[in-house]
Design a protein around this ligand. Structure first.
Ligand code: ZN
Length: 178
């Protein structure tokens, strides 16, 4: 079981904080579900090899699942089995990009304009994607074969959280604060 803990949230006003907490509830509900475990166990992960070293190490699916649930961030983690989130809502934009994380930092940044457009499920996808980078998972940058990119741990895990949220928790989709 993984616990989702919001350590800090900068730039979120009260209504946006409500939407953020709805997104965090989605993450907790989905990641603790058997459907999520099944999806990770069945995923055909693509582990990228670059510059003669493994960036994503070739873990087994079971190991990937264990790493996700153990939630040992490379930075800022004070306990295991807890997703510790340091979230920042910022002005500006970068096309359709939702936000970004900074390597070797626990912070995750989200563009306010994108946040306001996203459903809570899409926001859950974005947070989980950026958070898996904190666990050391990465992916190739655009352009590359999209299938391989989508089967990286960050993209697959983020996307499956969104898909399962909309499938198994449809009320959250209806109540999407969009
Ligand atoms: Zn990424």
């Amino acid at each position: 079981m993984i616990t989702v803990r919001l350590i800090e949230s900068n730039g979120y006003d009260a209504p946006r904080l409500l939407k953020l907490h709805a997104s965090l509830a989605i993450i907790s509900n989905v990641m603790n579900s058997p459907a999520f475990m099944d999806a990770i166990f069945d995923a055909r992960f693509h582990f990228r090899r670059s510059f003669s070293r493994w960036i994503d190490k070739p873990y087994s699916n079971e190991t990937v699942y264990a790493m996700l649930m153990r939630a040992t961030e490379a930075t800022g983690n004070t306990g295991s089995y807890t997703m510790e989130l340091h979230l920042n809502l910022i002005d500006g934009s970068n096309g359709s990009v939702k936000g970004y994380g900074i390597p070797n930092s626990p912070e995750i940044y989200t563009y306010k304009a994108r946040f306001d457009e996203m459903t809570t499920s899409e926001m859950a996808n974005h947070i989980v994607h950026e958070w898996t980078h904190k666990l050391g998972f990465t992916h190739a940058e655009y352009p590359m074969p999209l299938g391989k990119r989508n089967m990286s741990v960050p993209y697959f895990t983020g996307n499956i959280v969104e898909i399962l949220a909309d499938t198994y928790f449809p009320l959250q989709k209806l109540n999407n604060y969009k």
